[in-house]
Design a protein around this ligand. Structure first.
Ligand SMILES: Cc1cc2nc3c(=O)[nH]c(=O)nc-3n(C[C@H](O)[C@H](O)[C@H](O)COP(=O)(O)OP(=O)(O)OC[C@H]3O[C@@H](n4cnc5c(N)ncnc54)[C@H](O)[C@@H]3O)c2cc1C
Length: 468
């Protein structure tokens, strides 16, 4: 009994547990946390059953072998989170090995002495490739456990969903079966006696970052510190305060009603099920606020997982954007574009629109932007680019470069949303055709000058020295 729902568990390689295995191996890759981690709990239960310790491992990609589009901003947050995860694992008597190599390589190497290999689960192409490589290159029994969505992707739906309205009822029918607290089992056999060597000492994440060969042109941010403890502290503070008005205020970027959970979710430092349970149990907020939040963190987020899982070319305009929308944009490809900006003008926020520039500054300097501004930001890049293809490519590039939560299924899906994915045709407009347009009127729905002031203060705080 693990408390992990059967629907989360998949046997990827149905081989007997190795009799001479010295441990149960868990490749920590998507769920980078020691608590509320279904894959880890399955590994612990298997190890306890076999009378073995658990060893968790993490393969750190570096240099030319780096994770696609990852830079110092992303790695700093990742390493801070891994440092906490490693401490949490140690406290539970679980070993932790971290090496500079691909996750697949590390799993293949360490599984030679493992009885069973447990994987967690992500949906990006590179992750799917690692899973295939691990299955092909090992002889060990491999179990995969889905812990970073509430309803497992293939249980929610067996095809690419049209829109939130088609996925919502399917999630609604399954959610109660998958939204449970996750008890933490005691580890019966400590890994200490194994004396496994970790090539990397993650107790000092700043030193690990300093020793990496990576793109440092996008620096770490002070606004967000990575880690499961920090994620949980933020969530508690949010639920005790601003969440009370989520239903009414979530569309107002200056009101601070959003939870800022997306970086922690992206790096697997908190479980979406844990968040949804905490939201349901929150003392603040009415039923409407709770339902609105669960809609975002479960339905909208898992619609993104559905998209990248079932649409192989999720990062390419021609595959990610539906045909009706591409045709509509193509029809208007030659429309006059009153404003055209270069990549550099966009990055530096040198457009005629001071509110867009402020949003870009928030993203560039602090790694984050409110959802409503992300929509406006993306629609304007479409409008200010020579072609929809160019707009799509540079929106995705900027998104993944500067956002801490970039390079996520949510990134690919929401950039494609700007171009018509998961949407329907609207009234015809220049440049956009029947793809949804967003005018400057969007900015009238909230206090835009208060937002600019907030961004100025956030950017100034990033520049302060020693103010971590
Ligand atoms: C052009 C564009 C680009 C985006 N890029 C990203 C990205 O790179 N990474 C990313 O995680 N999200 C992205 N989003 C979705 C959304 O804007 C962010 O998830 C949200 O703003 C994160 O802030 P929060 O955690 O405070 O959200 P909250 O409002 O507190 O919501 C809680 C959680 O629900 C989920 N959620 C909220 N809004 C959405 C949404 N529209 N679609 C899917 N899930 C949602 C997120 O996991 C979020 O953390 C993008 C949206 C747009 C329009």
């Amino acid at each position: 009994m693990t408390g992990v729902e059967d629907g989360r568990i998949k046997v990827l390689a149905d081989r007997p547990a190795a009799e001479k295995g010295a441990y149960v191996l868990y490749l920590l890759q998507q769920a980078n946390r020691s608590g509320f981690n279904p894959a880890l709990e399955v590994a612990v239960a298997q190890a306890n059953r076999l009378g073995l310790p658990v060893v968790a491992c993490f393969g750190l990609l570096d240099g030319s072998n780096g994770f696609p589009e990852a830079n110092a901003r992303h790695y700093a947050f990742l390493l801070q989170g891994l440092s906490e995860a490693a401490a949490g694992l140690k406290k539970r008597g679980i070993g932790f090995v971290m090496r500079k190599c691909s996750p697949a390589e590390l799993a293949v190497e360490l599984s030679k002495k493992a009885a069973i290999l447990v994987l967690d689960r992500g949906y990006l192409t590179i992750q799917k490739r690692w899973y295939r490589e691990i299955v092909d290159r090992t002889d060990v029994r491999i179990v995969q456990v889905e812990g970073d969505v509430v309803v497992p992707v293939e249980i929610a739906s067996d095809h690419h969903e049209h829109a939130a309205r088609t996925l919502r009822p399917k999630i609604g029918r399954q959610i109660e079966a998958f939204l449970h607290p996750l008890p933490q089992a005691k580890v019966k056999h400590s890994a200490e006696s194994l004396r496994l060597k970790s090539e990397i000492d993650i107790s000092d994440p700043d030193a690990v970052l300093a020793g990496m060969d990576l793109d440092r042109s996008v620096p770490p941010v002070k606004r967000f510190r990575g880690g499961e403890g920090e994620a949980w502290r933020r969530l508690q503070a949010y639920l005790d305060g601003p969440f009370a008005d989520y239903g009414t205020n979530r569309g107002r970027p200056e009101a601070g009603a959003a939870s800022h959970m997306s970086p922690y979710l992206h790096f697997g430092q908190i479980s979406p099920a844990e968040i949804a349970l905490a939201v349901r149990a929150a003392k603040q907020g009415g039923e409407e606020d709770k339902a609105a939040y669960v809609e975002e963190v479960v339905v909208r987020r898992e619609l993104a997982m559905n998209h990248v899982f079932f649409r192989e070319g999720y990062d390419r305009y021609e595959d990610a954007v539906p045909e009706w929308a591409r045709k509509a944009l193509e029809t208007h490809a030659k429309d006059k574009r009153p404003h055209l900006y270069s990549d550099e003008e966009l990055v530096q926020g040198r457009t005629h629109d001071r509110y867009w520039n402020a949003a870009m500054a928030e993203m560039r300097e602090t790694g984050f932007m409110h959802n409503h501004l992300r929509m406006y930001w993306g629609k304007k890049i479409l409008e200010w680019s020579h072609s929809p293809e160019e707009g799509f490519d540079r929106t995705l590039r900027l998104n993944n470069r500067y956002f801490l939560d970039g390079r996520d299924p949510n990134s690919f899906t929401n950039v494609a949303w700007v171009y018509g994915l998961h949407d329907r045709p609207w009234a015809r407009r220049p440049i956009f055709g029947t793809v949804r347009y967003q005018s400057e009127n969007t900015l009238k729905k909230f206090d835009k000058d208060a937002y600019v002031k907030t961004v100025e203060a956030l950017c100034a705080a990033e520049k302060e020295t020693g103010a971590e």
